[in-house]
Design a binder for this molecule. Structure first.
Ligand code: IMP
Length: 425
């Protein structure tokens, strides 16, 4: 049985959590591969409403193993809270021994660095994600597996903390972190997390060898990718499909399908170019109706029309073979809906997405106007319930992105889903 990836195709917040919960019914494993608790996945089903930041969105199915891969950065405080809130035992959750730890000094540094950037701030979530990845790359990071070897940690930590405190106090004029407090935290994390720490690549390989379905859960989105996104207004990991391989330790031949999750319009949180951004009443109407406020930070999300140029770029860098469209129902009742089909940059029309943030900032969207529909698509579950207007809109998005639609999300609850074609077939 192959693996299937479900990847954010825009700037995150596409509704991946709901889709994963829907698809997870017959999965052996749901696996997160990148990012940290900067993510916020909302899952709503008969068991309640779950707002998850770190644990995968397969936790509502009793038979499903949820894994946090080596590519994720883990704040143990957040992980332990989610474990306890959702009563997850080690038969339901595993965390890679090679995932890096988000330490208290990473959170302090994330906030200090952002404040120092002033007007050029990225608008990070302030969860320490960027600084933790910096330490991973500069080989100063601490890995989850090291919690199992406290003696080695006791040797390394004082030097690391002293170094971080120099940066915190001397460069940023901040308050130093306390080494003893960190040791106390580490002891707690070590005893509470030990049963969950595993080499997760073995779990995945074994599941695939034994005909188990593995669903790989994206966090953030392709346009926030460190390499393929709108750098420097990006996150510090690779949400695109390449990140799934390094972030979980699996090979490309494992894949039976790679789906991009696209919202029927666009949103973005934090700073950075957003060519189709709407301002004023139209944006406010969508924001309020769709509850476009961050699950992690509560920030109001920026709103824009569907961007076909960015959408096609995203499909190409990920090799999507399926499109999953969410929040279609939010567009019910609009007289007209705009879709961006090309950009004009410095007077020249283009359908190529410029990843350079300064160039993208100059891109003016060229729109096609699509006739809206009056019928409700909310909660519909059958293709024959789809009205002609909505059908034409989806067709337009498929034409722009170049990938067929397999699933439509028509509401936040698990059952408010319309399958056009089985993505897991
Ligand atoms: P960081 O990932 O906290 O460093 O933030 C970097 C950028 O990515 C900021 O613009 C954040 O708003 C954005 N970002 C990070 N995680 C998410 C997410 O899950 N959804 C949407 N935007 C995100």
């Amino acid at each position: 049985m192959p693996a299937y990836a479900v990847i954010g195709a825009q700037w995150g917040d596409e509704g991946k959590g709901k889709i994963i919960d829907f698809l997870a019914e017959n999965a052996a494993i749901i696996a997160r591969y990148s990012g940290g608790n900067n993510a916020g996945h909302t899952v709503i089903n008969d068991a309640g409403t779950f707002k998850l930041h770190l644990v995968p969105s397969g936790i509502c199915w009793p038979h499903t193993m949820n894994v946090i891969g080596n590519g994720v950065v883990v704040d143990p405080e957040v992980l332990l809270k989610e474990i306890s809130e959702n009563k997850l035992d080690p038969s339901r959750l595993a965390v890679s021994d090679r995932a890096h730890l988000i330490m208290p000094y990473h959170i302090v540094l994330d906030k200090l660095e952002e404040a120092k950037r002033g007007d050029a701030a990225i608008g990070t979530t302030g969860r320490g994600v960027g600084p933790a990845y910096v330490d991973k790359v500069s080989r100063q990071g601490l890995r989850v597996g090291e919690l199992l070897d406290p003696e080695d940690l006791a040797l390394r930590l004082p030097e690391i903390v002293a170094f971080k405190n120099e940066i915190i106090t001397k460069i940023y004029g901040g308050e130093p972190v306390d080494l003893d407090d960190i040791f106390a935290l580490i002891n707690k994390w070590a005893s509470d997390l030990a049963p969950y720490i595993r080499p997760v690549e073995n779990l995945i390989a074994d599941a695939l060898d034994n005909d188990g379905k593995v669903i790989v859960e994206g966090a953030q989105g392709a346009l926030l990718d460190l390499d393929h996104g709108t750098y420097p207004f990006v996150t510090s990991s690779n949400p695109t499909v390449g990140g799934t391989l390094t972030g979980l330790g699996m090979g490309p031949r494992s894949y039976g399908g790679v789906a991009g999750v696209y919202k029927a319009y666009c949103t973005r949180v934090g700073a950075g170019p957003f060519p189709t951004e709407l301002h004023g009443e139209e944006a406010e109407q969508i924001r309020v109706q769709a509850g476009e406020f961050g699950t992690t930070t509560g920030r109001a999300r920026r709103i824009g029309w569907f961007d076909g140029v960015a959408g096609r770029y995203s499909a190409r860098v990920n090799g999507f073979d399926a499109m999953i469209i969410t929040k279609l129902d939010i567009l019910d009742g609009w007289d007209e809906i705009k879709v961006c089909v090309a950009y004009e940059i410095d007077g020249v029309r283009t359908d190529q997405f410029p990843v350079d943030a300064a160039t993208l900032d100059r891109a003016k969207p060229i729109y096609e106007t699509i006739q809206g529909w009056t019928e409700s698509t909310r909660a519909i579950t059958k293709p024959e319930q789809l009205n002609d207007g909505a059908r034409a809109y989806i067709k337009k998005l498929e034409e722009l992105v170049g990938v067929p639609t397999k699933i439509l999300s028509t509401g936040p609850r698990r059952e408010e889903t319309l399958v056009l074609e089985d993505f897991l077939a």
